[in-house]
Design a protein around this ligand. Structure first.
Ligand code: WT7
Length: 646
């Protein structure tokens, strides 16, 4: 039975059960799914290697649970509503039956093009239904999908294809985002110049762009689909082990190289379904009636899109809306227009979007009723109190609970969050841990801070079903990044406060990554991209608070020789970052310096650079032990006159 928590008292009972008898708790949740064979053991784990296995010995296919399982009861219910970038283009709707048929058919296309179980397939696509179909088709045949966000450049793409050793890429000629056409196939072509592992590229025709098709390598999506007559279209779901890899998703870390976060099949399935239904209080029972319309605005290129646009909603038999465009096209009222148009009941977006739409002004909200909305969500970065109140008042009309959901690519699903309408909310607080989640706060020495009114580093002391299993082909890196800082704990990299009533508030990252518009970017990764400019010797990137983006990017750069045309130079640096990483990593400020503050051992003192970037010039601490203390004075002076605002 797929049960749902209905009251705060029930939440407390479930939470207690999940801590006292976690195996029985999760076994009961797992029972409700379709298994080819039930598991032998619910959980085996240690956080030292680390080694975590959920539902060992179980056999299943997640797509049977997302699709086939629903056919008896909701075949004609809409599974996906697709809203195009251009509001005048036709909406597309796929029922569960149609989605099932498309996934099966495309799974056969993949097989016909040489895909087999265990292969890694890279997906680099715009936000169209075929992206969800591609993801599910991979899972259907047991291929491991690695979705790369369409905003990443050729270098980021080729690095990810290399790392996962992909043999197939699924892409499109291009994509529409706002007023722009994104040339996806051209980027793939450039990336593949250094990726000999890729034997096939399947290309969807989305924009009718003239693209170069390489004979023997590139095939068109529609031509391959047309080769399959409908009686050949069914595709048996591959039998997968509970711990077989489902997908790899790259995320930034404190080194320049992104980490391939690995999620496996059964635990991920059980956890994203459970959290989706409970956090959003999704009612998936109204057979015959209209299902709630749920809209998550994240791109499938991020974990939010994986877990709460595709897998979670489909597992729960929901109607999930997918939007191709951006919040400000054709104007800053687009989100609100789409909500009215499709009568959206549950809306899940990012603080950065809320802040930018708030800045655009209420005249963009006024024309819309927004009366279909019941629940609002926030994800990806701390939501400040002001944005929370604006969202609550102007979008939720003070009647929709807001779920501020804290989680990570590595956690697979939501970890700390209110249950909509059940948990009392508090602006800027993610509130309480979900059942199965055991957060702890540690001080810098790894000592657990007990009781309330404490602040420290957020860690987890017990595994949950969708925890990261490894980083692809580099288990040491997984151990090093998440399980070594504090022995015996999973370390999130976030600072966190637990207030007097036990509520959690995330205070931000404590490592060398920054959250820019909700996107996690490694400062080292951005530096690598900046350093591709031939006139630069070295750079150092730090974050600074930014009104809309949450954090902005501040780059200190050292030139090889003087460039008098600073404006041009700035543009070149921007273009370099766009080319080697993607537009999301473009610096907001660039300051040209003659040196960087370094310790005698050559380590950059980022603390000082952060202070300067924040404009806090008088509290730099002791700088006398630096290799060259004079450089700090120069940087301070330059910060007041020189920084180039992009
Ligand atoms: C980091 C993870 C959550 C999935 C999408 C982002 C920050 C995320 C919140 C929140 C405060 C948040 C944390 C976290 N973060 N949600 N509700 N309140 N901070 O996944 O890219 O892996 O980023 O995003 O710093 O560690 P991600």
């Amino acid at each position: 039975m797929f049960s749902r928590i209905n009251s705060f008292e029930e939440y407390q009972i479930e939470y207690k059960k999940s801590i006292e008898t976690p195996e029985a708790f999760w076994a009961e949740k797992a029972e409700a799914f379709t298994w080819k064979k039930k598991w032998d053991k619910v959980l085996e784990w240690n956080f030292d290697e680390p080694n975590v296995k959920w539902f060992s010995g179980g056999k299943l296919n997640i797509t049977e649970n997302c699709l086939d399982r629903h056919l008896a009861t909701r075949a004609n219910q809409t599974a996906i509503i697709w809203e195009p970038n251009n509001p005048n283009e036709a909406v597309r709707k796929l029922t569960y039956k149609e989605l099932h048929a498309e996934v099966c058919k495309f799974a056969n296309v993949l097989k016909n093009n040489g895909a087999t179980k265990g292969d890694r397939i890279c997906i680099y696509m715009p936000m169209v239904p075929e992206l969800a179909i591609a993801v599910l088709a991979c899972a259907r045949i047991g291929a491991i999908h690695s979705v790369v966000f369409g905003g990443f450049s050729f270098k980021s793409l080729s690095d990810r294809i290399h790392d996962a050793d992909c043999n197939i890429v699924i892409t499109a000629d291009g994509g529409f985002r706002g007023a722009k056409d994104i040339q996806l196939k051209a980027v793939v072509d450039e990336a593949l110049q250094t990726c000999p592992s890729v034997k096939k590229v399947v290309v969807l025709n989305r924009t009718n762009t003239n693209v170069q098709m390489i004979n023997g390598r590139d095939v068109w999506w529609h031509e391959e689909m047309a080769k399959l007559s409908s009686d050949k279209a069914f595709c048996e779901a591959e039998e997968m082990d509970a711990e077989d890899m489902l997908f790899i998703l790259y995320t930034s870390g404190s080194t320049g190289k992104p980490k391939g976060v690995v999620h496996t099949t059964a635990g991920y399935m059980v956890y994203v379904d459970y959290t989706f239904r409970n956090v959003f209080q999704y009612d998936s029972s109204p057979l015959g009636g209209e299902a709630d319309v749920y809209w998550c605005t994240a791109d499938v290129g991020w974990i939010t899109g994986h877990s709460y646009l595709v897998y979670g909603p489909l597992l729960a038999g929901a109607t999930t809306l997918m939007f191709e465009g951006i919040p400000t096209y054709p104007d800053a009222g687009r989100f609100w227009q789409v909500i009215d148009k499709h009568q959206v009941n549950i809306f899940y977006t990012a603080p950065t979007a809320i802040r930018s739409l708030e800045a655009a002004g209420l005249e963009f909200v006024a024309p819309y009723k927004l009366d279909s909305l019941k629940i609002l969500g926030s994800v990806g970065e701390p939501i400040n109190e002001e944005a929370w109140m604006w969202y609550h008042k102007n979008i939720g009309k003070e009647k929709c609970p807001i779920v501020d959901t804290w989680w990570q690519t590595e956690t697979g699903g939501i970890m700390i969050s209110p249950l909509a309408g059940i948990t009392k909310t508090k602006p800027s607080y993610a509130t309480l841990p979900l059942p199965g989640i055991q957060p702890v706060l540690l001080d810098e020495n790894g000592k657990e801070l007990l009781g309330n009114n404490v602040e420290g580093r957020l860690c987890m002391k017990f595994p949950w079903p969708s925890i990261i299993r490894t980083t692809y082909k580099n288990h040491d890196r997984c151990k090093e990044a998440y399980f070594s800082t504090f022995k015996g704990y999973y370390f999130t990299g976030d600072g966190c406060k637990r207030d007097e009533e036990g509520y959690y508030k995330i205070t931000g990252r404590v490592d060398d990554v920054i959250k820019v518009s909700g996107h996690l970017l490694g400062t080292a990764e951005i530096e690598n991209a900046i350093n591709q400019h031939p006139d630069l010797v070295e750079s150092a990137v730090v974050g600074f608070p930014h009104d809309i983006k949450g954090w902005g990017i501040y780059a200190y750069v050292i030139c090889r020789h003087e460039r008098k045309d600073t404006e041009n130079f700035k543009k070149e640096i921007m273009a370099t970052v766009t080319k080697f990483m993607g537009a999301i990593a473009k610096p907001d400020k660039i300051q040209i310096v003659s040196g960087l503050p370094k310790t005698r051992s050559g380590k950059i003192m980022r603390r000082i650079l952060r202070k300067v970037a924040e404009g806090d010039l008088n509290n730099l601490g002791d700088t006398s032990t630096l290799l060259d203390p004079a450089v700090v004075e120069e940087i301070k002076k330059g910060a007041l006159t020189d920084p180039i605002v992009a």
